[in-house]
Design a protein around this ligand. Structure first.
Ligand SMILES: [Zn+2]
Length: 557
């Protein structure tokens, strides 16, 4: 790791030996009078910085920055405001977000009646026969936490096929017309890795879990390419609003990857896009042949990783556990992919120079992924693979040190902890909770823990995950002292988890993740000093402006 002192020495050396004039060229932008958290080892807080050609050229005091002011230099006086490096969501679903901005938003609904009312409202403005898609319901937030059944929805919305995805995307609720359009009946068997909830007679009851969702999904007409492109653009604009300058897209199809390249060529991809290739054989094959792509379109697009799925999610009891669920002894969850598949793709990825990022939530799911990675690394020893486990949510205590031993990065979403804490004990029992959302234990084992939101599963705002990481409390400060508070991150760690650690998890740490001379000038101005404000007010922090490569992409009105 290069500390900024040695970097400064390098800059000085090249200034003396090389083009002296280049060092004295005026900056495009000088930022002064701020409280700038650099996330850089040597100079952690400075009050000024200078930017030229999209990169930071100076961080330090006001006088030093002012010395780089020329006739055409723009000055940004922060009036004491706080600056942090641009935030990166290390696990999110970009087109999912764009679509959710167009679909019926069910996040935060507190009853089935409320869900139905929102669908009825949308049906009024939607031509009959056209699909209505919604997302974000969570029966754990309703008075009755059993799966909903379709009858009430079918009565209220008889003329539109309806598909409503659960908040975690691992289950979906349909109405009668959707069942009819999909041709799913009592006779339809459960697919592998999925289940159709059924009534006492064996008829589909309305909810489809994990792989069974495909039975409905294939009946929904595909969006046009133009619609998908529009959804991506909407998502980028939304991310800027919340201070995100980068995102790791956890599963991009061939079409989406093509659109990222198209947007890049058009100069419209103004977010650092680290796209993981979806688990589709021909797409993976094509990109492995092309080889890892880093920093395309002047540092906007990276395609050098694959997204795989080992198991399902905790809320829908799809997470694969070593022991049965505490609130349903009949099940230990399910596997979405065979472990052999993870091992096989991981082995080929190592040969092709790609990273593998596998979704694993349950303790069994996580163990299986670590086993597969271990076998692949034995077959193709690789020093700097940075393989990741996405979520790494429930770990058997014995498996925690294996991340550091294998060099595997646990990519975790702090806001999942504060969303799940109300019911996680029911699913898992107190004993298993000690290895759940255990980011302190992982940090101490010697790994970094990049943070994310998994949006649209959770809200886009990365400061929600920051607050969860450092307090393990919800917005109302519950529970007092924090949920398993020994697992909290410090503020410094929380900030790194949204900046430098996602950069590391994407092989970008020499370009992104901190504000230091030579790095890309991605930063966020905040209206609160989140490093010093009391826990209780953290959720009130708002983004004032967002900057990508020294260019403003969002400004609060
Ligand atoms: Zn996800």
């Amino acid at each position: 790791m290069i500390h900024s002192r040695s970097l400064a020495a390098l800059v000085l050396l090249s200034a003396v030996a090389g083009p002296l004039r280049a060092q004295q060229l005026p900056a495009d932008l000088v930022v002064t009078n701020g409280r700038i958290y650099t996330v850089d080892g040597a100079r952690t807080v400075v009050d000024a910085m200078a930017i030229r050609a999209g990169r930071v050229v100076f961080v330090g005091d006001r006088a030093g920055a002012r010395a780089l002011t020329g006739a055409n230099t723009r000055t940004l006086d922060l009036q004491g405001r706080t600056v942090i490096p641009g935030m990166t969501d290390a696990h999110a679903h970009v087109t999912g977000l764009g679509q959710s901005l167009l679909n019926v938003d069910l996040v935060g609904t507190t009853s089935y009646e409320q869900v139905i009312a929102k669908v009825v409202e949308r049906a009024r403005t939607t031509p009959k026969g056209e699909w209505i898609i919604g997302r974000g319901w969570d029966q754990n937030d309703w008075g009755d936490t059993r799966w909903p059944t379709h009858e009430a929805l079918s009565r209220a919305v008889p003329d539109h096929p309806v598909y409503l995805e659960r908040v975690d995307g691992h289950a979906g609720l349909v109405n009668a017309l959707a069942l009819q359009k999909a041709g799913v009946t009592k006779a339809t068997p459960n697919p592998g890795g999925g289940s159709i909830e059924r009534d006492a007679q064996g008829n589909p009851a309305g909810v489809f879990v994990d792989n069974a969702q495909d039975l409905i999904g294939r009946a929904i007409p595909a969006q046009t390419r133009a619609q998908v492109k529009n959804a991506i653009k909407l998502a980028i604009t939304e991310m800027h609003r919340w201070g995100l300058t980068g995102v790791h897209d956890a599963g991009a199809s061939a079409q989406v990857l093509g659109l990222y390249e198209e947007l890049g060529r058009e100069g419209a991809l103004d977010i650092r896009m680290y796209a993981m290739i979806s688990d589709d054989a021909s797409t993976i094959e094509a990109w492995f042949k092309r080889g890892p792509q880093s920093g395309l379109f002047d540092g906007m697009l990276w395609v050098r990783s694959v997204k795989l799925y080992q198991d399902g999610a905790l809320g829908s009891r799809g997470a694969a556990l070593l022991e049965p669920y505490s609130d349903n002894a009949a099940t230990t969850g399910l596997l979405v992919s065979a472990p052999e598949h993870i091992k096989e793709v991981a082995t080929r990825a190592l040969r092709a120079g790609f990273q593998v990022n596998t979704h694993a939530i349950g303790d069994r799911g996580n163990r299986l992924v670590l086993d597969s990675y271990e076998a692949a690394l034995k077959a193709v020893p690789t020093a700097d693979h940075r393989f990741r486990v996405e979520h790494a949510q429930i770990l058997n205590y014995d498996d925690i040190p294996r991340f550091a031993q294998l060099g595997v990065i646990p990519s975790m979403q702090a806001s999942h902890q504060t969303s799940d804490m109300y019911w996680a004990a029911n699913r898992l029992g107190e004993n298993r909770l000690r290895g759940a959302y255990a980011w302190r234990s992982l940090l101490e084992s010697g790994v970094v823990v990049p943070n994310g939101s998994d949006f649209p599963v959770e809200y886009v705002d990365p400061l929600i995950s920051f607050k969860s990481a450092v307090t393990r409390q919800d917005a109302r400060g519950w529970p007092a002292g924090g949920w398993y508070p020994e697992q909290r991150m410090t503020r410094d760690e929380g900030l790194k988890s949204m900046t430098l650690w996602p950069a590391y998890a994407a092989f970008q740490e020499s370009e992104l993740g901190s504000l230091a001379a030579g790095k890309r000038a991605d930063f966020v101005v905040l209206d609160m000093d989140i490093m010093r404000a009391p826990d209780a007010v953290l959720q009130d922090a708002r983004v004032v402006s967002t900057w990508v490569g020294g260019r403003v992409v969002y400004e609060r009105k």
